[in-house]
Design a protein around this ligand. Structure first.
Ligand code: FEO
Length: 170
């Protein structure tokens, strides 16, 4: 029996993961406009990762005999002051998502939902990685400041990022 509260919270999380994807796609579009294809590629890969996260929850809710109920996604931010501001926003966003994953885990514990606790462990670890990745780029961009040449070098480096295996609909 799939706990109703956990099911509802997981549906909320599907919305958040898809909203995250949309935010990162908007950030990708901002970088396309700045002619920084590497950062745009990084953000497009992040979009795919978030989509994959949403599908993990989508599949899990179905596997437990629950019902996926999609919710509205808000308008993402479209304008930013600088590449640094984009990644600061991305890091703040990931910290917020970490809080939601932790709340979801706490709910699964409270409801004695053991399969959901096991399922959520992957996300608990993933959020450590998500915060680290965004945080590392914030540090890098803070260091280079207004150095245009260094920015182009970093753009090339971050553009090497590849999409996760099996991202998207599975
Ligand atoms: Fe789905 Fe970026 O956490």
């Amino acid at each position: 029996m799939f706990d109703k509260k956990v099911q509802g919270a997981m549906n909320d999380q599907i919305q958040r993961e898809l909203e995250s994807a949309y935010i990162y796609l908007s950030m990708a579009a901002y970088f396309e406009g700045l002619n920084l294809p590497g950062f745009a590629q990084w953000m497009k890969v992040q979009y795919r990762e978030e989509e994959a996260h949403a599908f993990k929850f989508y599949d899990y809710v179905n596997d437990r005999g629950g019902r996926v109920m999609l919710q509205a996604i808000g308008q993402p931010p479209t304008e930013f002051e600088s590449p640094l501001e984009v990644f600061e926003k991305a890091l703040a966003h990931e910290k917020k998502i970490t809080g939601h994953i932790n709340d979801l885990y706490a709910l699964a514990v409270q409801q004695n939902d053991y399969p959901s606790q096991v399922f959520l462990q992957w996300f608990v670890e993933e959020q450590v990685e998500e915060e680290k990745t965004a945080g590392d780029i914030v540090t890098l961009l803070s260091r280079i400041g207004d150095n245009e040449h260094a920015l182009i070098m970093v753009d090339r480096e971050v553009g090497q990022r590849q999409p996760p295996a099996g991202a998207g609909a599975e």
